[in-house]
Ligand binder design. Structure first.
Ligand code: BDR
Ligand code: CA
Length: 330
């Protein structure tokens, strides 16, 4: 039986791959996508989400969400974003992990009239069965929804979050981007009482996509597999430049979180832990795991690793289910 899922996305290159996996997997019954700020302004992430859906011939509803953090940016003293510098490819194009708009036809429709936090409250209050939530951007929409109506937890089966990192960071010296963008929302979501699984950088980097994986995705030959290869190659090029040539692979973070709903065994070394979110100074947005010999009560599952080969095989199999070309052209 397929799992009912609502995704929360800041699309975004790796978000786009995750959305395609959700749409094409027979094990996922995707109900809606909520858009949120993060990688890009929410106007862009909403349009990008609509573009991906349209490219796959889907008219799934998209609910536009929040354009800024719940409280973080009201304070002037929060730790600034790490700046990797500006790099260009041999044609003079700036290398980025996420370009302003996905290189797909512009969306012919807009988002639904209802905003994303209101959609969560409305949908979850009327749901006839519990739903799995897969937020792979800042947690602002869910932070607001759970504040508006904490009772919606009763209809949440699980929340699988792409976010956090214990031994790895990416946006400050100790924080991962999705948690760092809205730490207060992350605190609300992790402690809401639902089953929460964190898919942090520790696991997404363990399952990194290589240039050889991209070639294999190209050979699968569908629009979705080839587009996933294109997006991953762009991410690899940016990562290669940012690391001075040390890294020649990319963590397609959000796809791992979505695939973990399909097959939880793609995650490895999953520990039931107590996680605090840092709000101050250098720990702003950090996921701080309680390692004392008598820790506080666990509030989430934290995946310390992942099965690289399994994720690559899942992506080839799922994305291979799509059409040969963009919807309307095949
Ligand atoms: C997360 O931040 C975003 O850049 C990606 O889409 C992913 O969700 C990784 O830190
Ligand atoms: Ca994302």
């Amino acid at each position: 039986m397929s799992t009912k899922v609502i995704m929360d996305v800041d699309t975004g290159s790796d978000d786009a791959v995750a959305i395609m996996c959700a749409l094409l997997s027979p094990d996922i019954d995707l109900v809606a996508c909520c858009s949120v700020w993060g990688n890009l302004p929410v106007e862009n992430t909403t349009e990008n989400t609509l573009r991906v859906l349209q490219a796959l011939g889907s008219d799934l509803p998209v609910y536009k969400g929040c354009g800024d953090a719940m409280v973080k940016n009201l304070c002037k003293n929060r730790v600034p974003q790490y700046d990797p510098g500006v790099f260009y490819d041999e044609n003079g194009k700036q290398l980025k992990g996420h370009y302003d708009y996905l290189d797909l036809p512009a969306a012919k429709r807009g988002p639904e009239a209802m905003d994303a936090p209101s959609f969560y409250v409305d949908y979850l209050n009327h749901a006839t069965e519990p739903v799995t939530l897969v937020p792979v951007g800042p947690l602002t929409n869910l932070g607001f929804a759970l504040t508006m109506d904490p009772g919606i937890v009763k209809n949440i089966k699980e929340i699988v979050i792409m976010g956090g990192g214990e031994n790895l960071a990416n946006i400050s010296n100790c924080a991962e981007a999705n948690i760092w963008h809205d730490p207060e929302a992350a605190h609300i979501v992790i402690n809401c009482g639902a089953k929460v699984t964190l898919v942090p950088l520790d696991s997404t980097h363990a399952a990194s996509t290589t240039p050889e994986d991209c070639e294999a995705l190209d050979r699968v030959g569908t629009f979705a597999s080839r587009y996933a290869a294109t997006l991953s190659r762009e991410r690899i090029a940016a990562q290669h430049a940012f690391t001075g040539g040390r890294v020649n692979s990319t963590a397609v973070h959000d796809a791992l979180a979505l695939c973990a709903v399909i097959d939880p065994s793609v995650l490895q070394d999953v520990r039931h832990v107590h996680c605090e979110i840092g709000f101050y100074d250098f720990n702003d947005g950090a996921t701080i795991i309680d390692h004392r010999c008598i820790p506080d009560e666990p509030n989430c599952y934290f995946a310390y690793s992942a099965d690289r080969e399994k994720l690559a095989a899942m992506m080839r199999e799922i994305l291979g289910r799509g059409a040969k070309d963009i919807a309307g052209r095949d």
